[in-house]
Design a protein around this ligand. Structure first.
Ligand code: ATP
Length: 327
């Protein structure tokens, strides 16, 4: 549904996105994950046709975003990071205005607006002035705008940013509902968002893809050897050497502050817990804990990405930010 090939974007001399290639299949929810400044918004804006790439190509539903721009963009619904809504308008008036911009008329427009209001749970507030709505509800109006023309593909840039925890839960539920009818690409720097919503994740850092796959694949392939955590009743001399000698244990490390805690790095694919248990019993050591450490996506993320890429951009390279509206 979305095919990005070697997408590259420079701001002056600064390379913000560097030869990014990925695809999103029909019905998938794919997350672009990366620290602040990684290039998520730049990538999203190129995919939605709001920013021309310096080089590279994007197709949406098989249509080239440059050569068949109108047709490709018709297949896309886009929720920008900062939705610019006309806050003095009523919700339904705003949607009617946006429907006109999409070329929807008469009964078709009415039906689309009704459906968007319903799917985004806005029917009760349809006559309310947008400026009086909470941020969570305004985000729903942004989402309703994005789905008005029934696009096959929805692209959401940081859809839960700036919302309170309750609003985040309801927007995520809404997104999950929308994903039943559209292919979805969303950007985020919030890890749980990816775990909760996405089938697949593309991790970017400093403008480049550093990993992609299902959250499960990433956890498995990037975390190296399995680790077992041992806690003894008390620190015992020789315990580390005893565990290191267990078949399948590659290394054993004692915690500096809590010497009764020992971490065992194991050979790939080996579950050494039974052998470790026997070694402890043979050595007269009392075990309080013997657990396989479960890697989280956060571990992968921290390992693969640098801290927030708040890089200095030479002043002449900076372009003014473009005010944009959801389309
Ligand atoms: P965030 O999570 O903070 O929104 P992001 O991953 O979306 O970050 P981008 O907004 O795509 O990152 O920015 C990528 C890099 O490009 C950053 O270093 C940013 O400072 C730089 N950049 C973005 N827009 C411009 C611009 N108009 N002119 C110059 N540099 C820019």
């Amino acid at each position: 549904m979305i095919e990005a090939q070697n997408l590259t974007r420079r701001y002056g001399d600064f390379l913000a996105v560097d030869r990014i290639s990925f695809s999103v299949d029909e019905g998938e929810i794919v997350g672009i994950l990366g620290p602040n400044g990684a290039g998520k918004t730049t990538t999203i804006r190129m995919i939605t046709g709001f920013l021309p790439p310096s080089s590279g190509r994007v197709t949406v539903a098989g249509r080239d975003l440059i050569e068949s721009s109108m047709e490709a963009r018709r297949e896309l619904g886009y929720l920008p990071e900062n939705v610019a809504l006309y806050t003095e308008m009523r919700v339904v008036e705003y949607l009617a205005y946006r429907a006109r911009l999409f070329g929807l008329k008469g009964s078709e427009a009415k039906r689309s607006i009704g459906e968007a209001l319903e799917r985004c749970l806005l029917t009760d507030v349809q006559d309310q002035i947008i400026g009086t709505l909470s941020k969570g509800y305004r985000q729903r109006v942004g989402l309703a705008t994005a789905i008005l023309h029934r696009p096959k593909v929805l692209v959401l840039d940081e859809p839960t940013i700036g919302l309170d925890p309750k609003q985040i839960v309801s927007i995520r539920a809404l997104i999950r509902g929308l994903a039943k009818e559209s292919t979805l690409l969303l950007s985020t720097h919030i890890l749980p968002e990816v775990e909760l919503l996405c089938d697949r994740v593309v991790i970017i850092d400093r403008g480049q893809i550093v990993a992609q796959g299902t959250p499960e694949d990433l956890r498995e392939s990037w975390l190296g050897n399995p680790v077992v955590r041992v806690e003894l009743e008390s620190a015992a001399p020789g315990a580390v050497d005893r565990f290191r000698a267990v078949d399948g244990v590659v290394d054993a490390r004692q915690d500096g502050e809590h010497p009764e805690r020992i971490e065992l790095e194991c050979a790939a694919g080996r579950d050494v817990r039974a052998e470790v248990f026997r070694a402890a019993v043979d050595g007269g050591l009392t075990l309080l804990e013997l657990t396989e450490a479960k890697a989280s996506l956060e571990d992968v993320f921290v390992r693969l990405t640098t801290t927030d890429a708040a890089r200095e951009v030479p002043e002449e390279a900076a372009e003014p930010a473009v005010e944009e509206v959801a389309s």
